[in-house]
Design a binder for this molecule. Structure first.
Ligand code: TPP
Ligand code: MG
Length: 378
């Protein structure tokens, strides 16, 4: 059954921007002043801003390359982040190295910013590993596919840090759809009850697969958190400066011992849910077009050109950097070794058991029967 409330009612009821959204760069790249949030980005130099632009462009380039790799049969599946670059880069660059990230499958831009090795980002999607990286190498857990479950892991980790007296903040990423999941609501209750140093970072990309956000949220998602006793911010998720400022503010609260915060980054999923999805069947092309005018990269570029920070030469250098990363990413992906076929049964349980052994033996016999099993590769 579809929503009885038309989607545009949500927008109609919101106060007009900029009051409703924290915004430091408007879609044309004009800097808007905001007395509360300006201090959180006041330290940024021209080089820092160029580094953010480089991140945005590289992250988009990696994403586009991964989509191409999937189309060429090199990945089984890919969840694109096209359009969400600023939400991911702005929040990830606010983190300290010793803060800890719990994400969903779509935060591959965050993974890049944390320093995850390029091919490791796609190992699971290529089916060559059951997990792409060691979480403790980069202080980021491997992606969670069970919607919202990572928010509970984040709160548990954050409460643990408090008990241990460790000054680490935790951030957890999830989507608009996930906010309806029980896990996320339970996580917020626990976080508020125990004052957990955790940032709930919701990327409202307007879609949960093919369900529009208006179906499950009659009011802005940021309004849910105060009901749990968690202060929230609603930011323009396509504005990397606003996202950076809001996340720094939330992390500051966490590190100061003031407990959890909630950020709704309002953005738009410009691509399909995953490469298996066909959004032309349900996305209004006019709505998508309207969002393309709010592109996160274009607005930072416009701002930096106007400020004389971005020149043609710097722009070409960033493009060359993105191309080099994409080439390295592709080569690394194609070079990932195929695992031994029966290793899929390893590491599923801590101890072997009869059921697993039986399945393993059946699979072994089957692979042998079709000539797909080299004894050495077992
Ligand atoms: C517990 C659970 N239920 C359902 C699914 C199937 N599922 C995968 S993605 C998705 C939609 C998630 O939407 P949202 O939280 O907005 O995140 P987005 O994909 O937009 O980043 C669903 C329902 C799942 N993976 N886990
Ligand atoms: Mg979504």
């Amino acid at each position: 059954m579809r929503a009885t409330v038309p989607d545009d009612r949500l927008e109609a009821e919101l106060p007009a921007p900029p009051d409703a959204l924290v915004q430091l760069l408007d879609p044309e790249g004009r800097r808007r002043s905001d007395p509360l949030y300006d201090p959180y980005v006041a330290d940024l130099t021209g080089d820092d801003l160029l580094a953010l632009l480089d991140d945005l462009i590289v992250v988009r380039r990696i994403d586009v390359e991964a989509t191409a790799l999937q189309r060429q049969g090199q990945l089984g599946l890919w969840p694109p982040l096209l359009g969400q670059e600023a939400a991911q880069v702005g929040s990830a660059r606010a983190l300290r190295a010793d803060d800890f990230v719990f994400s969903s499958y779509r935060e591959n831009g965050v993974a890049y910013c944390r320093g995850v090795e390029l091919p490791a980002i796609v190992e699971v999607w290529r089916g060559t590993a059951q997990a792409g990286w060691n979480p403790y190498d980069v202080n980021m857990a491997t992606p969670q596919i069970v919607i919202g479950a990572q928010t509970l892991h984040a709160v548990g980790y954050a409460v643990g840090c408090r008990h241990d007296g460790v000054d680490t903040a935790t951030i957890t990423y999830f989507g608009d759809g996930a906010t309806t999941q029980g896990d996320v609501n339970e996580a917020m209750v626990f976080a508020a009850s125990f004052g957990a140093p955790v940032v709930f970072f919701c990327q409202n990309n307007h879609w949960a697969i093919s369900e529009p956000v208006g179906l499950q949220a009659q009011r802005p998602i940021a309004e849910r958190a105060p009901g749990f006793g968690i202060p929230s911010m609603r930011v323009d998720g396509n504005d990397v400066l606003a996202v950076l400022a809001a996340t720094r503010r939330a992390l500051e609260r966490a590190h100061r011992g003031d407990g959890p915060s909630f950020i709704e980054a309002v953005t738009y999923r410009m691509g399909p849910h995953t490469t298996s999805d066909d959004p032309t069947r349900y996305v209004d092309p006019l709505e998508r077009e309207a969002w393309s005018a709010k592109d996160p990269i274009q607005r930072l570029e416009a701002h930096l050109r106007e400020a004389g920070i971005l020149t043609d030469e710097t722009s070409a250098r960033i493009a060359a950097h993105a191309d080099a990363i994409a080439a390295e990413f592709r080569a690394g992906c194609l070079a990932l070794p195929n695992p031994a076929p029966l290793s899929v049964f390893d590491h599923v349980y801590a101890e072997p058991h009869r059921g697993l052994e039986r399945q393993r033996a059946e699979q072994q016999a089957y692979l042998r029967s079709i000539g797909e099993l080299e004894e050495a590769a077992e």
